[in-house]
Design a protein around this ligand. Structure first.
Ligand SMILES: NC(=O)c1ccc[n+]([C@@H]2O[C@H](COP(=O)([O-])OP(=O)(O)OC[C@H]3O[C@@H](n4cnc5c(N)ncnc54)[C@H](O)[C@@H]3O)[C@@H](O)[C@H]2O)c1
Length: 373
């Protein structure tokens, strides 16, 4: 099967690599010649390194299966096209409707969007039943998770086919309802939002919050270090989009602290400054390793995360098993949040949330009905 990838940026290049390594011929299209050249050079170098490490046999033949093109019509022979262009609904819709004039009727069209409605994208097509979301995580060759998102128009048989294909590509597929943030970008929001809230209220500084969540909570990266790593242009925009898409539910409310970073151009590691300063000679601020404070921080963030996972389960956004897989494979959480809830104690999680609710009287802290039950 010939696979097409539209957009040769961070995600498009990674997805093309995954498809080529799975044995497909891949056509990669981008409007920017420089982006195609960068992707080609990066992919060649990545594949060579993989061959040196003994992870693939023949880097040259995998690379030779990838074709970098600056004309959309070159994608005509494809049977699956994955779009990974700029996160803009109008532009994505335009590209999808143009694609339909080029490809055969049996070509499946997927979007890698992080936050836009797959149903809206499908609505731009004459055959919306062939459109779906295929949400890879960054970096696509390393992250196992792929969220498969049927639009309300999508033919159900395509979802089964895609699950099998993603498994054949070495990925771990989960199925998510077409709702804002799908699974991971919805359920993970409190990891960032509640951490910032704790910081903004002056309960603890960033280094202490990061210390608590890594050293006591067991998360791989603290929320501030992670947001700096992801980039505030991505992380803030996802939060703001999820917030707006949920009709301004206060649970997802973005913060001014992060917005100001974006306005200043302090996008995180990539610009040398974000919540932390990455300039040479700067040292990471020391955490206040107070065990009692650390435990309070972890309990507050964890209760919010568990609540979010239970709400997603309650609203049938995904199955319990897929929710657990998504959070452990998509954002490398040390445990699935439902298992964590069982282990830590449902009563405890509910008590933390009710205590927050009683103190703040904010809807943000309302406990999910499933947790209360
Ligand atoms: N970066 C992430 O962590 C991440 C993770 C999952 C999903 N996504 C989603 O993947 C998509 C791409 O993100 P990215 O980080 O790779 O972006 P990017 O900016 O690195 O790359 C986007 C590429 O698309 C090209 N492009 C823009 N408009 C185009 C058009 N009309 N036709 C063809 N090419 C076009 C650009 O030239 C650029 O090379 C977005 O929808 C994003 O939300 C991103």
């Amino acid at each position: 099967m010939v696979v097409g990838v539209i957009g040769s940026g961070a995600m498009g290049a990674g997805i093309a690599q995954v498809a080529a390594m799975a044995g497909h011929t891949v056509w990669i299209y981008d409007t920017q010649q420089a982006a195609l050249e960068n992707a080609s050079a990066a992919l060649k170098s990545n594949l060579t390194k993989l061959e040196e490490k003994g992870k693939i046999k023949d880097a040259a033949s995998v690379f030779a299966a990838m074709h970098f093109v600056s004309s959309l019509s070159a994608l005509a022979p494809c049977k699956l096209i994955i779009e990974a262009i700029v996160e803009n609904l109008h532009i994505k819709k335009t590209v999808f409707s143009e694609l339909e004039t080029i490809v055969a009727d049996d070509c499946l069209l997927a979007s890698n969007t992080s936050s836009l409605s797959i149903t809206s994208i499908a609505a731009a097509c004459k055959l919306p039943q062939r459109v779906l979301g295929l949400h890879f995580f960054n970096p696509a060759p390393l992250m196992a998770l792929v969220e498969i998102i049927p639009a309300i128009q999508t033919d159900a048989s395509i979802i089964t086919t895609m699950k099998e294909l993603m498994t054949a590509w070495g990925k771990t597929p989960v199925i998510a309802k077409d709702t804002p943030g799908f699974i991971v970008n919805r359920v993970a929001r409190p990891y960032y939002g509640e951490a910032i809230r704790i910081y903004e209220e002056g309960i603890a500084d960033m280094a202490t919050i990061d210390w608590a969540l890594t050293q006591i909570g067991g998360f791989k990266m603290g929320p501030f270090a992670l947001m700096d790593y992801i980039g505030h242009d991505v992380n803030y925009v996802v939060t703001a989009t999820v917030f707006e898409s949920f009709y301004y539910d206060p649970r997802y409310k973005p913060s001014f602290s992060q917005k100001r970073l974006l306005e200043a151009g302090w996008l995180g590691r990539k610009t040398g400054r974000g919540f932390y300063n990455y300039a040479q000679g700067e040292t990471t601020p020391a955490a206040n390793e107070d065990a009692v404070l650390g435990k309070q921080i972890v309990e507050r963030v964890l209760a919010m995360l568990i609540n979010e996972a239970l709400e997603a389960l309650h609203l049938n956004i995904a199955s319990a098993a897929d929710l657990e897989t998504a959070m452990t494979k998509g954002v490398n959480y040390p445990k699935g949040l439902l298992a964590w809830c069982e282990e830590w104690g449902k009563e405890k999680a509910l008590a933390v949330l009710d205590n927050l609710y009683n103190n703040y009287h904010e809807d943000r802290y309302r406990a999910c009905v499933l947790l209360r039950k």
